[in-house]
Design a binder for this molecule. Structure first.
Ligand SMILES: *[C@@H]1O[C@H](CO)[C@@H](O)[C@H](O)[C@H]1NC(C)=O
Ligand SMILES: *[C@@H]1O[C@H](CO)[C@@H](O)[C@H](O)[C@H]1NC(C)=O
Ligand SMILES: *[C@@H]1O[C@H](CO)[C@@H](O)[C@H](O)[C@H]1NC(C)=O
Ligand SMILES: *[C@@H]1O[C@H](CO)[C@@H](O)[C@H](O)[C@H]1NC(C)=O
Ligand SMILES: *[C@@H]1O[C@H](CO)[C@@H](O)[C@H](O)[C@H]1NC(C)=O
Ligand SMILES: *[C@@H]1O[C@H](CO)[C@@H](O)[C@H](O)[C@H]1NC(C)=O
Length: 698
């Protein structure tokens, strides 16, 4: 298997330092500029060079300009001398165009919510949408409608609303060209060619208002479709998947993918969300101005270099660039030439355009759609260029894009959005009802396997008992049933009866095999990562191969300090919360933590704590330096886990606690501690049971 690489390069290109040293007289611009129906911001009050931006509510855009600057002559550029008072105008959809058919109703433009209907003349077949509705961003929903006579090789390519087409010949190799009517910007392909496959090359054009923006929903669906298609192909190597197969992001394990993220950190992006990244990147560069050209040049340089570094996998390597910008390159040459050079380089390597995807995200009212479109890939039925109204919208879009249901079965990935439900943020967690025992927790470790505590299953002996176990999975709490139960062979609750110890929890782990594979997408659930698996090596971004189990242990349970971890706790009101604890891994802390075990009712007469607390346990809880949470009864069997590189890895199974603080009034919390079976100590058993479905490393 080839090395799996997922490289992210963050490229800086930066940042206009103001040349504001002029100490002349104090020139200021008119402070009384307003916009009807909207608000405005000024970057530096009414002083020279201050940038004034208008903001308008949804459905509307600032007219006549969306931003202006205070000039040295004391005027707001292109504003003060105009008669038009700034106003937020409603977006209107341009008139659709249909050859060989009729459109009803006819009008020069249409407002949000209006619907038009299309009808083809006799002998022509209608393609595309039979009706389209004007959306709030001044665009029609659906796809271009055309009337197809069937007499030519390619079908009629359609004409975008608000645009014109030239070229009447639809034979193989013939081209049609598009232009948009005044003030509208062409997005998509301006030239399309009739291909042997009876399709038109490139992407459906549309004529958009220059202030129009993509809704987060549009971006999420279009970007996901395109991007996941590309990732899908990475996985299957050379074969292009037919568009009809499910498009699922499965991060490629066998083909390298290089992603270049270009972050425009110029002043004009200027939103608080970029500030942090900006500050770091700013330090790396000299402050000159937005230089998209230089950024793409840098990408080209890195691509050339990667050919040398990754010689062996080069033929399979695919490239993605993602540009975040306001689309205004104010210096450093035309970025389009750099983009062309990148494309030329890729094609010169005998790579088809499947190997290169260039996405652009514009994020302010003033983003230049025309320029951004030129910097993006034009692919059949895929969208690579997006304009969003604000960074808030961008974040919303990416939230939708990073819908974790779509990324195959990577372990330990969870939704990080705090507004999402608890189960979406803890998708591996399950709750089990076991006859005779009550409830216990568990963790999904694969679509078929749930890891839990053995003591939860102590009364489960017959097939009938197994059939009665229910496992509640995912966001919708769907039920799963259990096919088989595998208890660790060394677990023996009564193993120390001779020493008058009624309960002994060594090796308190069990695996449940489910009757049916869990559908992760459908149930919105997902597995957690297990230590010493190759999957976890990748998750914590360690070299693969070249990382061993000991490296995992050093990384996850270092003995030099106590280790922060979490578990899922269900309070008496039955709602689930995340409890934060620290695992006492240093010798001194561990000893102190374990000593409290002798305060447990069952262990009062035990003299050596090591009799009941074997090497298999991890200890958490305590009051110092902060009071830590301890588990309650139904939490048993759940995962003790931690986050590394934004992936979640289970290190323990919740086994027992010293004091039941949940059901005991005025419980003495001073000695409350929890003990968890350390997964590093039961690896041979895990490997024996799960070795066929995941790769354990030595
Ligand atoms: C310009 O403005 C600054 C600060 O507002 C003030 O200190 C200074 O006296 C002003 N200069 C002139 C020439 O008005
Ligand atoms: C065209 O649109 C305008 C503005 O929405 C409307 O007043 C007018 O009635 C429409 N004309 C037709 C023929 O529908
Ligand atoms: C366009 O939007 C209208 C109104 O929301 C909806 O009824 C219609 O199905 C949509 N058409 C397409 C092709 O998406
Ligand atoms: C930028 O560099 C300065 C001086 O070299 C340093 O003090 C500062 O912490 C750096 N800022 C960031 C965000 O790296
Ligand atoms: C591309 O293919 C041609 C013909 O098969 C070959 O001559 C050329 O060397 C190849 N170029 C690269 C960079 O692999
Ligand atoms: C558990 O331990 C007890 C006491 O040592 C022993 O008698 C019993 O056979 C053990 N049970 C199992 C299943 O090993």
């Amino acid at each position: 298997m080839k090395l799996y690489r997922f490289l992210i390069f963050c490229l800086p290109f930066l940042a206009g330092a103001k040349e504001d040293d002029d100490q002349e007289e104090n020139i200021t611009c008119d402070p009384n500029v307003h916009i009807i129906g909207g608000t405005l911001t000024k970057s530096n009050g009414n002083a020279v060079d201050s940038i004034l931006r208008f903001q308008c509510p949804e459905h509307t855009y600032p007219y006549p300009v969306s931003e202006t600057k205070c000039t040295r002559s004391g005027h707001w550029f292109r504003l003060t001398y105009r008669r038009t008072k700034p106003i937020c105008k409603e977006f209107r959809c341009p008139m659709p165009v249909l050859e060989d058919g009729m459109i009803r109703p006819q009008n020069l433009s249409y407002s949000n919510g209006e619907t038009v209907f299309f009808e083809c003349y006799d002998g022509y077949k209608l393609q595309g949408s039979i009706s389209r509705t004007c959306m709030k961003n001044g665009r029609w929903n659906g796809t271009i409608t055309s009337c197809n006579s069937g007499s030519q090789y390619c079908p009629h390519p359609g004409i975008p609303a608000g645009g014109r087409k030239s070229g009447e010949n639809y034979m193989i190799g013939s081209k049609v060209e598009y232009v948009c009517n005044n003030h509208l910007v062409l997005v998509g392909s301006s030239v399309r060619q009739c291909l042997e496959s009876r399709e038109w090359s490139g992407r459906e054009p549309s004529c958009q208002h220059k202030n129009s923006f993509d809704t987060p929903e549009d971006v999420a669906s279009a970007f996901t479709a395109s991007f996941t298609n590309m990732l899908g192909m990475t996985q299957t190597g050379e074969a292009k998947q037919p568009a009809s197969t499910a498009r699922k992001i499965t991060l490629a394990k066998d083909a390298p993918l290089h992603i270049y993220i270009l972050l425009d950190a110029s002043e004009s992006v200027g939103e608080a969300n970029f500030n942090e990244a900006k500050n770091i990147i700013k330090n790396l560069t000299d402050k000159r101005g937005t230089n998209i050209h230089a950024a793409f040049k840098k990408v080209l340089e890195m691509m050339v270099l990667s050919k040398i570094i990754y010689k062996d996998s080069w033929a399979k390597t695919r490239f993605v660039t993602i540009l975040f910008t306001d689309g205004k390159s104010n210096m450093g040459g035309d970025p389009r030439t750099a983009v062309r050079e990148i494309k030329d380089f890729i094609f010169a390597q005998n790579k088809s355009d499947d190997y290169l995807d260039m996405y652009s995200f514009g994020v302010t009212d003033g983003a230049n759609m025309l320029e951004l479109n030129a910097l993006s890939s034009q692919k059949h039925d895929e969208k690579h260029c997006f304009i969003l109204k604000s960074t808030t919208e961008l974040i919303k879009a990416f939230d939708d894009i990073l819908d974790f249901n779509q990324i195959g079965d990577l372990c330990g990935v969870a939704d990080e959005n705090v507004e999402k439900s608890f189960r979406l943020r803890h998708p591996w967690h399950v709750l089990m009802e076991i006859p005779g025992i009550g409830s216990c927790s568990g963790s999904i470790v694969s679509p078929e396997w749930v890891l839990t505590a053995a003591h939860c299953l102590k009364d489960v002996q017959t097939k009938l008992d197994i059939d009665k176990i229910t496992v509640q999975i995912g966001d919708k709490f769907s039920f799963s049933h259990v096919k088989d139960v595998y208890i660790h062979p060394q677990y023996n609750l009564s193993g120390l009866l001779d020493e008058k110890i009624s309960q002994f929890y060594d090796y308190d782990v069990a695996l449940l095999k489910l009757k049916k594979r869990i559908d992760f997408a459908d149930t919105k659930s997902r597995s957690i990562c297990l230590p010493c698996t190759s999957e976890t090596t990748r998750a914590i971004r360690k070299p693969f191969p070249g990382t061993n189990c000991r490296d995992h242990e050093n990384e996850l349970l270092p003995t030099t300090r106590s280790v922060p971890a979490s578990f899922v706790k269900r309070d008496r009101g039955r709602s689930e919360t995340e409890a934060y604890v620290t695992i006492k891994t240093t010798e001194a802390l561990r000893d102190a933590c374990e000593a409290n075990a002798l305060h447990a009712e069952e262990y009062k007469h035990v003299t050596d704590v090591r009799t009941v607390v074997t090497d298999r346990f991890l200890c958490t809880g305590g009051q110092d330096p902060v009071a830590e949470e301890v588990s309650c009864k139904g939490d048993s069997g759940g995962a003790l886990y931690m986050e590394k590189k934004r992936r979640l890895i289970q290190v323990g199974v919740i086994s027992w606690g010293v004091i039941n603080v949940c059901d005991t009034v005025n419980a003495d919390k001073n000695h409350a501690r929890d003990f968890h079976v350390n997964l590093f100590k039961v690896l041979p058993w895990l490997k024996e049971r799960l070795g066929k479905i995941m790769t354990f490393i030595n």
